[in-house]
Design a protein. Structure first.
Length: 322
């Protein structure tokens, strides 16, 4: 108990020892502000000794007494961990009070920035409409095939920059991590369903990778391993495998949150990574699906080809370029 209450300041309170425990109210400045409004004391009552164990939860329990004006609330037998969880909730409320409407505005701006279809406009400057050319996708790969490799590279990098900046800029101004993740997901959503392009955008491969790079560099490079392997096989193997790269892309989106889960356990970054994977799958499954189903092809085959290989039924039949 002496170790647990190290640094505590003791005062006399009736029959028991009263302690103001440093750390329960968070940082010193907030603790001073809180104590200016109300007095929080932790009263250690008489509790029987318990055998020493490695389990940190087996310890003397703290009886918490909160005195505010003339109203007294007593919480009996609450572990210190509960107070720390309450302190985390106070931190979240503090963020909300500090930033106000800034997080919501940041998410909206991220979506609007993601809605700018750079490959489409680069192609339009070259006199090409990506909606009616090649695979009909508004991504860097279709831009490279329709206009040129350098144009495709520029379009892909700009799309990636949208995902990266959507996370990096909120981080630079000190917004909480959860807001940074929400902004990244908003940019991905804008790339897929852009406001400025009739909500019909690209697959957001580059935007999602930019988001991953800004969130966790190590997890990003691990997730890119299947993409690099698929690209090398595409160059070296004859005949060239056409389904491998879309499958590797999908695998990279799944590996990213899995790596973070393995290292850190479930956390908001893992959830954001899973949501990004879900957005990619949703876009693959729904983009132009009515035209595919109108061909009379089995729905299960249509959806499987779309989800795994980003391949429409019209592409399977050779009516649309791959």
């Amino acid at each position: 108990m002496e170790d647990a209450l190290a640094g505590a300041r003791a005062v006399v309170h009736d029959e028991a020892e009263v302690l103001a425990v440093a750390g329960v109210l968070g940082d010193l400045r907030r603790r001073q502000r809180e104590l200016a409004r109300e007095r929080l004391v932790v009263e250690v009552g008489e509790t029987p000794d318990v055998p020493a164990r490695d389990d940190e939860d087996v310890q003397r329990r703290l009886r918490v007494e909160v005195v505010e004006r003339d109203h007294r609330v007593v919480l009996v037998d609450q572990p210190r961990g509960h107070l720390l969880r309450h302190d985390a909730a106070e931190d979240a409320l503090g963020h909300a009070r500090r930033f106000g409407a800034v997080p919501l505005a940041a998410v909206i701006v991220s979506y609007l920035a993601g809605s700018v279809p750079f490959p489409y406009w680069i192609a339009r400057l070259a006199g090409v409409d990506l909606h009616t050319t090649g695979s009909r996708k508004l991504g860097g790969s279709n831009l490279a095939a329709a206009v040129g490799p350098l144009h495709g590279l520029a379009g892909g990098l700009l799309d990636s920059l949208k995902g990266f900046a959507a996370v990096a800029l909120p981080a630079a101004i000190g917004l909480p991590g959860e807001v940074q993740l929400a902004c990244g997901l908003a940019a991905i959503t804008g790339q897929m369903w852009p406001l400025f392009h009739r909500f019909d955008g690209g697959r957001a491969n580059g935007t999602t990778w930019g988001f991953q790079l800004a969130v966790d560099v190590i997890a990003f490079f691990i997730a890119m391993v299947p993409v690099v392997v698929a690209a090398l096989l595409r160059v070296t193997v004859r005949p060239r495998p056409r389904r491998l790269i879309p499958l590797a892309n999908l695998l990279s989106y799944a590996v990213f949150p899995a790596v973070i889960w393995e290292q850190e356990g479930p956390n908001p970054t893992v959830i954001a990574g899973v949501l990004a994977l879900g957005l990619v799958l949703l876009r693959r499954l729904t983009a132009g699906v009515r035209e595919d189903l109108a061909t009379g092809a089995p729905a299960a085959r249509v959806l499987a080809n779309r989800a795994l290989f980003d391949r429409s039924e019209l592409q399977e039949r050779g009516l649309v370029a791959i």
